[in-house]
Design a binder for this molecule. Structure first.
Ligand SMILES: [Mg+2]
Length: 368
């Protein structure tokens, strides 16, 4: 019998190549809490989560506290088995980032114990996905310049961050003129009104737009379905879907065609599989995204995407936005493609880069 013996919590901070600017926030580095779950028989599982306060409400302190004082103590000493997954978060509402970090670490350990890469453990089959690259909000000229630079790396899709200030159509058209063959995914991060959405999309008819992500506020239950009747471009729900119930609401209400599953929103792979099932029941599709996080978490999202049989694409560009990627796993994010090596059990993590013990700054994180 393999048991969860103890754990360590670490702080990771990796600078970005350039600031990441959306309608909700500006971020200059990817901070994360990293979980190391040490089990008997030499099995070690890794997970990570980042503070995305504007979306999930998680902060560095809340992730570290929830893991150290509530989630991890409840599994130390227990047998490493699938049943643990259903217990993550019982007795703790929200805190989806902390739950996701632990869920990923448990899955990494479980699949290592089974001797399988995580996607095989989840029943997935090997395939690869075309990845996108995010272009932060800037002037139309700046975004066109960044798009040309991004397209030169071989990326086949760009995700344009937009802000609803009356110039989004100029931004889209400038990028479209600069890189006409590249697929464009639009993400106003809730900043559009219905009129603005109609105006912008009506002004960009020649652009190769394949997706509009979360155009309206997450609480808006009306405008998505109205917009869907006016345009043929698929609409994807992001900030309005954290749970299987949310997916059912937006899909059955005709607000969206696709849901963006992010492990940090749903609380990990286990609940994300339930969102995938809910989407299938309501005729919707899924795309797998990520946060500005340590690549451990993005690698887990890539494994999940291979096992998510309703997944139509990925938005897993964070390792490409970092100044350097210190994590060596069995997932590669290079040249615009997410691909997995069908070897090395679990997430196949061999290197993690420089991490600091959480205990040094929070007075927590070590249990023997
Ligand atoms: Mg989004």
């Amino acid at each position: 019998m393999i048991r969860v013996e103890r754990y360590n919590l670490y702080y990771s901070n990796i600078p970005l190549k350039k600031p990441f600017i959306t309608a909700l926030r500006r971020v200059e580095s990817a901070e994360s809490i990293v979980v190391e779950l040490i089990c008997t028989d030499g099995i070690v599982g890794y997970g990570a989560a980042s503070p995305t306060a504007a979306i999930t409400g998680d902060t560095l302190g809340s992730i570290a506290y929830a893991l150290d004082k509530m989630l991890l103590p409840s599994i130390v000493g227990k047998e490493l088995k699938c049943d643990l997954l259903g217990t993550v978060g019982v007795g703790l509402l929200h805190n989806s980032g902390a739950k996701s970090a632990l869920d990923i670490a448990i899955y990494d350990a479980l699949s290592k114990a089974a001797g399988l890469p995580l996607f095989r453990y989840l029943g997935g089959v090997k395939r690869s996905f075309v990845n996108d690259l995010t272009i932060s909000i800037g002037s139309p000229e700046r975004m066109a310049h960044d798009a040309v630079e991004a397209a030169a790396t071989g990326v086949g899709a760009l995700k344009l961050k937009l802000v609803g200030d009356g110039r989004d159509d100029e931004r889209i058209n400038a990028v479209s003129d600069a890189v006409p063959s590249v697929e464009l995914r639009l993400d106003p991060n809730q900043s559009w009104t219905l009129d603005e959405a109609k105006r912008v999309l009506g002004s960009c008819k020649n652009a190769r737009i394949t997706l509009v992500e979360q155009p309206f506020h997450f609480s808006d239950r009306i405008n998505g379905s109205i917009l869907k009747k006016c345009v043929s471009i698929p609409i994807m729900a992001d900030e309005s879907v954290f749970s299987p119930e949310d997916a059912e609401t937006v899909l059955s209400g005709g607000e969206a065609d696709i849901v963006n599953i992010k492990l940090a929103k749903s609380g990990g792979i286990y609940p994300s599989l339930k969102i995938n099932e809910a989407a299938k029941r309501h005729g919707g599709k899924c795309l797998v995204g990520c946060m500005l996080e340590n690549p451990i978490a993005t690698a887990a999202a890539a494994h999940f995407a291979l096992a998510c049989d309703n997944c139509v694409g990925v938005d897993l560009d964070v390792p490409c936005l970092l100044e350097y990627d210190p994590v060596l796993s069995n997932v590669s994010f290079e040249n615009g493609v997410v691909s997995l090596r069908d070897e090395d059990a679990g997430l196949g993590i061999k290197e993690l880069g420089r991490l600091s013990m959480i205990a040094e700054s929070f007075g927590m994180g070590e249990r023997n």
